[in-house]
Design a protein around this ligand. Sequence first.
Ligand SMILES: N[C@@H](CCC(=O)N[C@@H](CS)C(=O)NCC(=O)O)C(=O)O
Ligand SMILES: [Fe+2]
Length: 354
Amino acid sequence: MIFRQLFDPQSSTYTYLVADAASRDALLIDPVFEQARRDAALIEELGLKLRFTVETHVHADHITGAWLHKQKLGSRIAVSAASGAEGADLYLQPFEKIPLGRRHVEARGTPGHTGGCMTYVLDDRSMAFTGDTLFIRGCGRTDFQQGDAHALYRSVRSQIFSLPDHCLIYPGHDYRGLTVTSVGEEKLYNPRLAESIGENDFVGYMKHLGLPHPKQMDIAVPANLKCGRPDKTTTLDPDWAPLTYTFGGIWEVQPHWLEEHLREVQIVDVREPDEFNGPLGHVPGAVLIPLGTLSERCGAVSKDKPVVTVCRSGARSAQATVLLGKAGFDKVANLSGGMLRWRAQRFAVEGGID
Ligand SMILES: N[C@@H](CCC(=O)N[C@@H](CS)C(=O)NCC(=O)O)C(=O)O
Ligand SMILES: [Fe+2]
C-alpha cells in the first residue's frame, strides 16, 4: 500500500491518500478544496490514478475538494447514501466495498457526529479512517447536522471498537497536532468513550461541551451538500503558460516552452554574478538579480509581464517565485531544472563555454 497523511492547517483537517502500489489506483479520503492543487501534484508525482474521492461526512468546517478533483483528475465522488449530498457518483451503503486495485476499503455506517457519517476500514483491518466519529482521545461534537450522542456512542462500540486492537485509527481532525492512534489505545484511554464509560455518562459529557459553531459552517455545509461544486466555476490555474504545480508548492515552466516564448516573459536570474557570467552562461535576455537582493530590488521587475526565475538547478529560483508572489507578482514560474537542464537540452545561452 501507498499511504500519505496530509494536513490542512486552516481547518485542522486530515486528508488521506491510500493507493494500491501494484495497480497505482488511489483513493483520497476527505480532500480539502483549498488543498486540491497540492494533493493533485502529489498524486501525479507518485504516478497514481485517482479513482475516487471519499467523504467521511458532510463537513461543517471546510469545503470538500471532491468536485475539483473530479474536474482535474477524472475521479468519481463517493459519499454516504445517508449524507443527503447531491452530485456524487457513488452513494455508499453500510458494508459496501470501494475497490482499490486488487484491494478494497469497506464503508461502515457510524452516525452520531452527523446522521450520514461513515468510517472506512482497509480490507486487512490494519487501518480505519474514522472521520469525526472518533478522534485521538476525543470525538466529534454532536450538536448539529442530526448529531446524536447516543448514536455516536453505539457507532463507536459496534463499528470501531469491534476492530482488532492493533488497527490504526486515522481521524478526520486533530486540534493538537497528534496524528494517529489505535483501537486498543482508545478503548483504554479515550476520556469520553473508553470501554469503562457508560452511554449515559458519555451523553452527559457531550451535552455540556459548549462549543461555538464552526466559523465556515454557513458556507461549508451548503457547498458540501453539492460535493464542493462552486456556484460560479472559475479557472483556478494560471493560463499564461502550460505550468505544472509541484508538491513543494511551486509553479514551474519547462525549458522547451521558455525557449519558444523568450520575448513574452521577463527572465530573472537569481544566481551570483560570477555564476551568471561563468561557464554555464545565462538564458538570452536574462536580468541578474541575486536571490539575496531580490526583496529590495524587485521594483526593477515589471508586474505587467510574466516572470520566469532561473538559477543553477532550480532550487534558489523556486524560493524566488515564493518571494515574488509575496511581493504581489501573480504571474511567476520557476524554470524547471534551472541552467543545468537548459544546457543539457542544448538551448541557446549568452556567455558561457561549451
Ligand atoms: N474552531 C473550529 C471548530 C471546528 C469544529 O467544531 N469541529 C468539529 C468537527 S467538524 C468538532 O467536532 N470539533 C470537536 C472539538 O472541537 O472538540 C472552526 O471554527 O472550524
Ligand atoms: Fe465534521
